[in-house]
Design a binder for this molecule. Sequence first.
Ligand code: HPA
Ligand code: ZN
Length: 335
Amino acid sequence: MDIKEFISKIPKAELHLHIEGTLEPELFFELAKRNGISIPYTTVNELRSAYQFDCLQDFLDIYYKGTQVLIHEQDFFNLTWAYLTKCKEQNVVHTEIMFDPQSHTDRGVAFETVINGISKACQKAKQECGISSFLIMSYLRHLSEESAFEILEMSKPFKHLIKAVGLDSSELGHPPSKFQRVFDASVKEGYIPLAHAGEEGPTEYIWEAIDILKIHRIDHGNRCLEDEKLIQEIMKRDLALKICPLSNKALQVVKDFKNHPLKKMLDLGLKVTVNSDDPAYFGGQLIANFEAITEELNLSKDEIVQLVRNSFQYALLSEDVKKIRLEELDKFLAI
Ligand code: HPA
Ligand code: ZN
């Protein structure tokens, strides 16, 4: 089996994925038409060529515009089902999906509409394809603490469908500490705390995310390598890093892809996982992310296996299910 086939066939988990970031131009056009929404693009190619970003904010401006075509439960279902179909094609057997309710409720779409559409697709994928999934409700950090509390309140009747809370959107100027109280309240509701930190933001934000928000894993965390003490702390607390290679390239978080920090992180023994973040915008699904780093960083098969093993080991799955998934992985490796 050559390395491409190996990457494609190995069963894997995805732990960092924004469902709104899976909206492919084709579906965007279809939903715009179905919902009678006028958009400033006439062709798929024209839209794709707008996906040129200098930084995270450039991307977010387009990403939030994309959400405008999502109105009805069926739209959220179609969006999620399209992603889960791609999971099946790529042998992604478990996925942890972030969603940004505020980007919908702020436009007048009910929380219930969003979560029902997404979770019905997840249930169908579980039944028909055996793909397990969890939902991570992410607070938008450029909005207020008050707005996050409103979303937390709205989520309560749907608590059984939500595994964790996250923190995403514009990082610079919005430190994790801004959300201390809402994270404390979220944990009291039974949600696991997670957050983006150290993507564009400084190492202090990673410290805050682990010390103040008490996160169980770090979304991105690329910049942790700038602080030796922080690296030691991440190891001590056994926190996994959810790295998104093609996202880092597209958002120019990493200037020189050949020197992507993932290799150094692996060499240090940090628990790294590979993820696609917003695949419709960053030029590739999970497999493409594995291929890109394997080629650019000259990763060995053993290193790929380590990354995949981490994706199960640090998933939010119960220990029993984790064991089953890891046994399936070992079975595949034994062929
Ligand atoms: N970073 C922060 N917020 C986001 C991202 C990201 O990469 N994708 C979607 N929301
Ligand atoms: Zn992200």
